[in-house]
Design a protein around this ligand. Structure first.
Ligand SMILES: Cc1cc2nc3c(=O)[nH]c(=O)nc-3n(C[C@H](O)[C@H](O)[C@H](O)COP(=O)(O)OP(=O)(O)OC[C@H]3O[C@@H](n4cnc5c(N)ncnc54)[C@H](O)[C@@H]3O)c2cc1C
Length: 359
């Protein structure tokens, strides 16, 4: 058996989280190796990559939003410059009110000076800027767009390969040995291993005590000839115009049957949602259907930190349906914690869960 190759940090998973963490650590001079099974279960490869600063039905503006937006601008901008590629596609978003009641959450935002830069014009039901059904009206939202995640993952993977910092294979958790000196995994050893394994954290014997809330999602890629929306449209579903003229439409939310298979039911639900949105007979050509699993958490905050009994083992996960916006910020905070002992953001630190309470 040859001597193991030694690194400072091993990262299991090259989704968006593993990619961002690897980038920050390598940028700071660390010896890093990322292991991934060709994105076999990657949620990042399936995601639409939407950046949406006002989350959910209540248009919630979270306290950490400005930090997340500026970290996202910074990191995606640095990658775009390094690789000379466009990764972020800015585009305003139409938020369609789903009921008359939802208008009051918008009214509340109007009173918040910190939200001003995110809010554009409001529109009445008959006055929607795109030819879609908007029975309760809505408003235009700014600082929105989408990240081309498949391109980003390919670019970062090649960048890691060039540095001899990428191993492409599936890892059985039983292959990982952790002791006082660090971790060993096949012919690799390191001081620590960070799990960026997405929804497979559910099967991770060290961290599956954390309250993960997985959500399967299906998404369509399609063409509607003769229509080029100028906005992302976000109501009961979202529709994201792509640079090639196609549209991505999603997503379903399934919390019982968790797997990576596309289904006829998922397709029917999405096509019915699209018909309601369009409010008219339209020829639609579906070119692709994909499924993935969102690595959500019950309290809707990420999972960052060190295993309470196995110090070489760490986790960087739980980014739910918002990874594109929040991963750049939280990955940077974890790298600063590992290298400079800066505190982790308390809302994401896994020490908020007492292991006994959640078991
Ligand atoms: C349908 C759908 C639409 C979405 N749309 C959006 C959106 O518009 N905007 C947004 O911000 N988020 C969206 N998301 C959520 C987004 O995908 C996640 O927030 C984010 O991508 C999670 O990234 P991650 O790196 O934590 O996990 P993943 O991307 O799942 O990465 C984990 C990686 O680890 C690998 N791996 C795991 N275990 C092993 C092992 N044992 N051995 C080897 N490799 C392993 C996996 O194959 C994978 O490549 C969507 C998700 C879905 C399913």
């Amino acid at each position: 058996m040859p001597n193991p190759r030694h690194f400072d940090t091993l990262i299991l998973g090259q989704g968006l989280a593993g990619s961002a963490l690897a980038w920050h650590l390598i940028d700071a001079g660390q010896r890093v190796c990322v292991i991934d099974d060709h994105h076999a279960t990657s949620s990042s490869r399936v995601a639409a990559g939407l950046i949406n600063p006002l989350a959910g039905m209540r248009f919630t503006r979270r306290p950490e939003l400005n930090d997340c937006l500026s970290a996202a601008d910074n990191w995606y901008g640095r990658l775009a410059a390094e690789f000379n590629q466009t990764l972020f596609h800015p585009r305003p978003m139409l938020r369609l009110f789903r009921s008359p009641d939802q208008r009051r959450f918008h009214n509340r935002l109007l009173e918040d000076p910190a939200a001003t830069e995110l809010l554009g014009d409001e529109f009445a039901p008959g006055d929607c800027p795109e030819p879609v059904a908007a029975p309760h009206g809505g408003f235009i939202q700014h600082r929105t767009g989408h990240i081309d995640l498949p391109l980003l993952l390919d670019l970062v993977r090649n960048w890691l390969r060039d540095r001899d910092a990428m191993v492409e294979c599936a890892i059985d958790y039983a292959q990982i040995e952790s002791n006082a000196n660090g971790v060993k995994l096949r012919d690799l050893s390191a001081e620590r291993l960070v799990f960026c394994d997405g929804a497979r954290l559910h099967d991770n014997p060290w961290f599956n005590y954390l309250p993960l809330a997985r959500g399967k999602g299906e998404i369509l890629k399609l063409r509607i000839d003769g229509w080029k929306p100028q906005h992302i449209i976000n109501g009961a579903h979202w529709l994201v115009p792509q640079p090639d003229g196609k549209l991505r439409f999603g997503a379903t939310h399934e919390h019982q049957q968790i797997d990576h298979e596309t289904t006829d039911t998922g397709r029917k639900v999405l096509l019915a949602g699209l018909a309601t949105l369009l409010g008219r007979q339209t020829d639609i050509v579906v070119t692709e259907q994909q499924a993935g699993v969102r690595p959500g958490t019950r309290d809707r905050h990420p999972l960052l930190g060190q295993h309470p009994e196995h110090p070489p083992l760490w986790v960087c996960n739980g980014f739910g349906a918002r990874g594109s916006l929040i991963i750049p910020w939280y990955a940077r905070r974890l790298s600063e914690h590992l290298l400079q002992a800066k505190p982790l953001p308390s809302e994401a630190d896994i020490r908020r869960f007492d292991r006994c309470d959640v078991l």
